[in-house]
Each structure stands twice: as C-alpha cells, then as structure tokens.
Design a protein around this ligand. Sequence first.
Ligand code: EPU
Length: 420
Amino acid sequence: MTPHLLIRGGTPLTGEVWIDGMKNAALPILFALLLVREEVTLEGLPPVTDIETTLQILCKMGARLERISPTAIRIHTKNTDPDAVPLKWTTELRASSYLLGASLGRFGRAATGIPGGCDFGTRPLDQHFRLLETLGATVEQEHGILRATAPGGLHGKNVRLDFPSVGATVNGILAATLANGMTVIENAAREPHIVDLADFLNACGAEIVGAGTSSIRIRGVSKLHGTRYRIVPDMIEAGTYLCAVSATGGKMRLCGVCPEHLGAILPPLRKMGATITVSENHLTLERSGSLYGTVLETAPYPGFPTDMQPQFAPLLCMARGGGRIYERVWKKRFQYTKELEKMGANILLSNDFADFRGGDRLVGTQIHATDLRGGAAMLIAGLCAEGTTELCDVRHLERGYPNFVAKLTALGADISYVQN
Ligand code: EPU
C-alpha cells in the first residue's frame, strides 16, 4: 500500500523550523568517502531516502558503517570493492554518476547503472565523460551500465565545461583529487555544495582551491586521511519553508541556515510581500498582507535556483497580477503545472517559461508529486487550498525533505499520512 498525504489547507503557518544538512552536498561527500581509506565521521546528514540509498550502495561495496544518530555516521571505506556496486540501486539516483569519478580516482575503474533521479526529459552526461576522458579515462555504455577505466592512471589537465554542470564539476573534483599533477576546471559550477565537497576533501588532506568560483584548481595528492565533518545546511529546504509560509501567511523563525546562500531566494519573496529579517544563522519571515506577482528566471548559482522555481509557482498562482517563471537549466521542469491546474490554477506554458494569471483560488483535490521539487510545490499548494488535498507519490518528497510532515505539523499545518 502506498502512503498518501492528506492536507487540510487554509491554516497560516507559525513557529520555528530547524533546517537539516544539504542533500546535494551530502551525496557527493558520501561518494567522496571512497577516496578516503580512513575513518570519517559525518554530521548533518539529512535523513532522506536518497542518502539512505547511497549508504546502502557504499555498504554493499564493503564500507563499514556505524550509525551514531539519525543524522551522523562513522564510516570506513578501506575494504571496498568497485566490482560489488549494486547496479540496480544506482539507477534510483542521479548522484550515482559520482561513482565514476570517485571509483576511478580510488581504483582506476568504475561501474554504475544509468543514473536515475527526477525525470526532466533527457539528462545527458556528456560533460562528465569529456572531463573524465581528458584526465585519461575511457568511458563506455553497454546494456544500461556505464563502465570507466583508466589503466594508465588519471593525469591532471585543463578542462573547460560547456555549461557549469554541478554533476560534471563534482565528478571532475573526485577524479582529480588523487590524480597525478594539477587539474584546472574552468566554467565550473559555483554552488555551495561544490564548496562543501572541496572543504570536506581539503579537511582530508586534498589540495583544492577556487571552489565557489568558476575556476577550480586541484593538485593531486597521494592519499587522504580521515576527518570529522559537518554538512552545510540545505538552502533549498530553507527556501521551501520560506515559500510555504509566504504562501499560507503567518510567521516563522528558520534556524540553522546559511543566509548567504539565500541571496537569490529572499529578494523575490520580499517583492511578493514577505517581511524577512536575517541574523547570523537564523532568519524570520512574516507575511500578513497581500501577495504580489513577480518574474523569476532560473540560472546556475549565484542565480535563482532551478530547484526553487516549482515552490514559487503556488504563490504566483494566488498573487495579484500573477507572474512568469523562465526555466533556463532544465528543459522539462514544468510538468508539475498540470497538477496545479487540477486545483484551479490558470497557467499558460510556453517553450521555456510559464505564465501565471494570478488571483487564482486553489481548491483541494487529488494531485500527484511529479518529482522532488514539484512535490514540494504541491505540498505548498495543498497548505493554501480550500478543503482537503490528497497528495500521491509522496516518495518523491521523501527523497529530499527530512521529516517534512513533523516539521509542518509543528508549524500548525493539518497534514497526515494515510494508506489506501
Ligand atoms: N547537462 C548536460 N550535460 C552534462 C551535464 C548536464 O547537457 O553532462 C545539462 C543538463 O541536462 C541540465 C544542465 O546541464 O540541462 C544542468 O545540469 P547539472 O549537471 O548542473 O545538474 P545535475 O548535476 O544533474 C544537480 C542537482 C539537481 C539540480 C541541478 C542544477 C544533485 C544530485 N542534483 O543536478 O537537483 O537541479 O544540479 O542545479 O545535486 C533536486 O535536488 O531536486 C535536483 C534536481
């Protein structure tokens, strides 16, 4: 039986929420553990299914795992085997592509299933392959399996990405950390999760400079040592709760955040009517007046994140004057709008943008989470809708939002799991 969520909308959210560690930082760091042959303690791991799947993959490969708490582990990858990768599980995650860089770096060979994750149409890996091949690897795809080898070892080179791909930048860092010589990745992704991966590896003895800029220099080292490391807070989880309270109205204190990562998310929320005050590691948001429309355009960091655009959509549906979202990163990330239309939203889709008429009354009905962030948008829509919303395919949300039912309930939301 698949659990659904029942959301009875219309309650303004009020209270305090603690933000967990960032899923998209934790995933590359977990695969990076393969490069470290000593014990590592990781804190701030978000308790979500994508992290659990990754831990299971590492354990099947032979990692020794000790759980300290729901968000902390001790792990040792000394006796791991690249031929023991559970290929079926790797197809559940986009981040399993990180096995290529990590396993090549450690063992000189790698195998993984075709990486899965959210369905945004085709999700090519050409930038990953080009980067790994420049460093000396050969990558082949056969019968749904990606195999990479580097019998002559990996050698540092200069590589310029065509697009600042997060995944290709991660794979480049992973492959170059133990390679011979200096690798320079130009037009690299600048997301905070790239910085977190570099900070983690540097804490283990790597020599990586420039993470957070478009040019990352990695001087290969011969080995890494164990460390204790805390994953950075999740800016997308934070942004999602900020959208939720902006949408329902109410007042929230958000704790354990990095406000500097929210530089592109706070201005549109303010423009739409929220009052936000920022302190060192927490912020408060209040929205009691009208919601106003705006125009959003996604871009790689430090631009407005594609992983936040669906969560703004319910606000734009209800806002005076509506608005528009341009999607510049993923071609097919508006599939969730069909579900909003079932609730009464008026949305016009074009090739790379969506127009929201605004002033819509959202009404509860049965809707589906189409993907992780699309599911978050549906959750927010349900919290604002008149009547009861039944949200199906909740597994998408469970991949990336830790304890979201408990966190929303603590804010006063009327939301519960049901089996049917
Ligand atoms: N692209 C290529 N070729 C490549 C790689 C990417 O054409 O070799 C294209 C993609 O098709 C896409 C764009 O470049 O149009 C961006 O892709 P990128 O590689 O940056 O994305 P990713 O690494 O696959 C990560 C996050 C996504 C997030 C994007 C963009 C993880 C595990 N996933 O994906 O997160 O949307 O960066 O910021 O970190 C999510 O958390 O909901 C999520 C989808």
